[in-house]
Design a protein around this ligand. Structure first.
Ligand code: AMP
Length: 415
């Protein structure tokens, strides 16, 4: 299948050629004709599926073909995203795909001055990519008007709810024209997302997409049981032993992120970080450096890392398990892209056994436990099956042996 057969216009096809996009991904093949036809779409798609082009290309085409000229302070297509990084990234995609079209695009998020955003809006914009909070600020100051709006896109809708944007979203929905096209993209579909979809979408095309050129099976996933206090030491050990190149490391808290970066620096290992406390330019710089391969280790919180487009990442380390089991899927989605194989390693301590069970229930698989020699914890905890049920009761602790796959029990030291 070709992009031309999906009904895209020549300027877009030429741009895709320059970007070396040869064939549409499954989500693009399904979403592009539907969006062009003005239909609502509800898509289960995570980063890596090509979802951004799936909505951006047909939207750019609709805006080009349909007119009218955009009025002062008006927005014709609104894309709501959960984080600043994703806002930048999605906006960059619109710019790249729309390079040959006479459309105005802008990005708006909090943490930076609102004035340039207000200035930009004065002339009106065809596509606005925004986080919900800043969009409401702009709306509250009458800097943005929605009567020309034809399409609303909710990107990573599940994450927006996870981050507590539900009230902001409701306020935005109230301000939008009822007659419009709505596209909802979400990696996971909880009851809350389904309720939101039922409220916002009319006769939507529902589609589900697996990551581009890869299946989850290509990602080798395992857990290393370890005492909490020894996690930094174990991480360093694994880094050296396995000679990992680029690694994205997930840590639960902002404080934890900085602590690990400092501990690595003390051992002469350069790492960068992204988390909510970092000023926006510093977060973007860290991401750029990591993407360019200048920094090999990026330590991040879930919030800051969500939706980042980092291709072909060989290793993801869950230094801490995520509180929300769905985040495990988002995290591991960073590796094994584009047909490359990947590894996702979780360092699991006794405190995290419940989280581990929740992850195994959600992903319907048991994570293989592999002890690292010299790091085996003392106390055993039950092994759960893929439904999160205990399949083995704890046994009395034995002396740790050499490295082996622990298929029956996992040993942990409490605390
Ligand atoms: P996304 O899922 O939208 O975050 O896209 C993931 C990555 O795939 C981005 O780096 C895109 O540039 C790339 N991409 C999207 N669609 C295609 C395609 N049809 N062919 C090649 N690369 C693509």
């Amino acid at each position: 299948m070709s992009f031309a057969s999906l009904g895209l216009i020549d300027p877009l096809l030429r741009t895709l050629e320059t970007l070396d996009y040869k064939t549409p991904t499954p989500v693009q093949a399904q979403a592009i004709p539907a969006v062009l036809a003005g239909r609502d779409v509800m898509a289960a798609a995570q980063t890596g599926t090509g979802k951004t082009a799936g909505f951006a290309l047909p939207l750019l085409q609709r805006l080009t073909m349909e007119g009218p000229q955009v009025g002062s302070n008006c927005v014709r297509a609104l894309v709501l995203v959960p984080t600043r990084e994703l806002a930048e990234q999605v906006h960059e995609s619109f710019r790249a795909y729309g390079a040959s079209l006479p459309l105005r695009t802008m990005v708006a998020y909090g943490g930076v001055s609102i004035n340039p955003q207000m200035m930009k809006l004065r002339k009106g914009v065809d596509v606005m990519v925004a986080t919900p909070g800043r969009l409401l600020d702009l709306h509250g100051q009458n800097a943005v008007k929605f009567h020309q709006l034809i399409t609303l896109v909710l990107d990573e809708a599940d994450r927006m709810l996870d981050l507590g944007f539900s009230r902001e979203l409701d306020a935005v929905f109230m301000a939008l024209p009822k007659k419009r096209q709505t596209l909802l993209f979400s990696a996971t579909f909880s009851d809350a997302i389904r309720a939101m979809a039922a409220k916002l979408l009319s006769d939507p095309l529902s589609l589900e997409a697996s990551p581009r050129n890869t299946t989850v099976k290509k990602i080798r996933q395992w857990a290393v049981p370890v005492d909490k206090k020894r996690k930094p030491e174990l991480f360093l050990h694994l880094l050296k032993k396995n000679r990992w190149g680029q690694v994205l490391v997930f840590v639960k808290t902002r404080h934890g992120v900085e602590e690990l970066v400092t501990q690595l620096a003390a051992r002469g290992i350069a790492a960068d970080s992204i988390h909510g406390d970092k000023p926006q330019p510093a977060r973007l710089r860290a991401l750029e450096r990591f993407k360019a391969g200048e920094v090999k280790i990026l330590v991040a919180t879930d919030v800051a890392a969500r939706g980042l487009d980092i291709d072909d990442l060989p290793h993801v380390v869950n230094f801490d398990l995520p509180i929300v089991a769905e985040d495990y899927i988002h995290r591991t989605g960073r590796t094994g892209r584009a047909g490359a194989s990947g590894e996702a390693v979780s360092l699991v301590c006794a405190d995290e056994v419940r989280q581990l069970a929740a992850i195994e229930t959600l992903t319907r698989q048991t994570l293989e436990r592999i002890e690292e020699p010299g790091f085996a914890p003392d106390h055993r905890v039950p092994v759960t099956n893929a439904s999160g049920e205990v399949v083995r009761k704890p046994k009395k602790p034995k002396k740790p042996k050499d490295a082996k796959v622990v298929s029956e029990d996992v040993r942990f030291r409490q605390g």
